[in-house]
Design a protein around this ligand. Structure first.
Ligand SMILES: C[S@@+](CC[C@H](N)C(=O)[O-])C[C@H]1O[C@@H](n2cnc3c(N)ncnc32)[C@H](O)[C@@H]1O
Length: 438
């Protein structure tokens, strides 16, 4: 291989222990200070604080430091609730009072929009909030094994692929907040060492634990899992990578979305993680769309019909589009179970060319879209030809939302309303609803 000259990047040699004044938070919720005009990222530091840090990584353009001591604390600093907070990578805003978490998230969206659309005067509406603790009804819990084959149960450490051993988690719903100790006990007893990759917990009409285990379960191990299930009242399933099978009995799963609508699902399906925020979000979507009996609504990235079904109760008809075929089937079943005959669901990859699909020929009055984190640029480019008056965009990623908003604004849409939805309190994750109109 040829040798090329490579100039070594100019490094500022920072003493490892220094005192800094924090300037702002970056988009990951990490404190940023400057040393010799170069940014230093400090997890856990807040704007305006004076902090003592230990620099552990120095690059040509930035450095990273560990927070050792807060010398002058911010007025919005608060005691953290979780004893694992400073190791676990799951949450990153617990040290900030809750109202400030909301302000930070709103500000982050404003900044991203301002960069893309040059509009920093957004028509903000009050945020949707619920309980800031014990809200998470679906989560994946990691399982690793140490050299002695003993299980470590928890979530990823900050900036690492290793797990932090967790005893209790204050953002998981109460039913599962202490599952870690129970899991450790059963995984210590079962014979298949290193067999379990992770465990998924889901709280709905039943409390469900899905164990990801690629090897067959032995009769003796089955007994251990049965007593784990009985003791806690949990339904246990095993996922071997090919199928998800119940340990004992299989039960139909569903969550009550409204007084009149239940959404049926199976353990592999997407459901919104925060039940209360989801209910309020659906109500707000209905209100912002100002639905009436003449509306024909297109629901893109519709999943199991979480938005489509309540909307269908108020309009002429709804067409829902979803990429996962099995969810399309379940969305149609959900419509029938909820006595709704004015919904049709179709499978399509919305990031590909879908202009020739049968449902495109229909005339729609309003559109709702709720894409995954990548956003919906390809879908929106095609949707522009519909010239629909109202587009309601539900987003779980502010950067892709701001990029997609730019496209809509360039094609004549205006932002009528925008609101934060705090689906993931204590974390940096931001969910937003935007109403665009022509
Ligand atoms: C954020 S979820 C929203 C689901 C539903 N609206 C809800 O509230 O439960 C995004 C959905 O988009 C689907 N999806 C992701 N990429 C897609 C694509 N390229 N085409 C169609 N659907 C897609 C996922 O399977 C998932 O059901």
């Amino acid at each position: 291989m040829a040798n090329f000259f490579k100039a070594s990047p100019k490094k500022t040699n920072i003493k490892s222990h220094i005192t800094l004044k924090v300037s702002h938070l970056d988009h990951q919720g990490c404190g940023v200070a400057f040393y010799d005009k170069k940014p230093i990222f400090i997890e856990g530091a807040l704007p305006h604080e004076t902090v003592e840090v230990k620099v552990f990584e120095q690059k040509s353009k930035f450095s990273k430091a560990k927070l050792l001591n807060v010398i002058a604390a911010s007025a919005v600093r608060t005691e953290v609730k979780c004893r694992h907070y400073f190791q676990c990578g799951g949450c990153n805003l617990q040290h900030m009072v809750y109202q400030q978490q909301l302000a930070y998230k709103q500000d982050k969206i404003t900044q991203l929009f301002s960069r893309q659309t040059l509009n920093d005067n957004l028509p903000w509406q009050p945020p949707i909030v619920s309980e800031p603790w014990h809200y998470r009804r679906k989560a994946r819990i990691g399982v690793q094994y140490n050299k002695r084959g003993e299980p470590i149960i928890g979530f990823r450490q900050r900036e690492s692929s290793h797990l932090t051993e967790i005893k209790s988690c204050p953002v998981l719903v109460e039913a599962f907040a202490d599952i870690f100790v129970e899991l450790k006990a059963v995984l210590t007893k079962v014979s298949g060492k290193n067999a379990v990759g992770h465990v998924e917990v889901i709280s709905a009409n039943e409390k469900v634990v899905v164990v990801r285990q690629l090897v067959n379960i032995t009769t003796a191990d089955k007994k251990h899992w049965e007593s784990f299930a009985h003791k806690n009242g949990w339904l246990v399933y095993f996922d071997d990578g090919k199928a998800v099978l119940p340990l004992l009995e299989d039960k139909a799963l569903n969550y009550a979305l409204t007084d009149t609508i239940n959404i049926g699902f199976t353990v592999n399906d997407f459901i919104q993680v925060n039940h209360l925020v989801n209910q309020k979000m659906v109500e707000q979507a209905q209100a912002w769309l100002a639905l009436d009996e003449s509306d024909v609504v297109l629901d893109l990235f519709c999943g199991l019909g979480n938005f489509s079904l309540p909307i269908a109760q108020q309009v002429n008809s709804v067409v829902g589009i979803e990429g996962v075929e099995s969810m399309v089937v379940k969305a149609q079943e959900n419509a029938l179970k909820n006595n709704l005959t004015n919904c049709q669901f179709y499978q399509a990859d919305l990031n590909s060319d879908w202009q020739n699909q049968s449902w495109v020929k229909q005339k729609y009055t309003k559109v709702l879209l709720d894409p995954a984190r990548a956003g919906a640029y390809q879908a929106l480019v095609q949707l522009l030809t519909f010239k629909v008056d109202k587009i309601l965009y539900v987003s779980c990623d502010p950067a892709s939302l701001a990029r997609d908003a730019k496209l809509l604004i360039e094609h004549g849409y205006k932002i009528e309303k925008i609101a934060l939805m705090d689906m993931f309190s204590q974390t940096k994750h931001v969910e937003t609803m935007v109403m665009f109109s022509l």
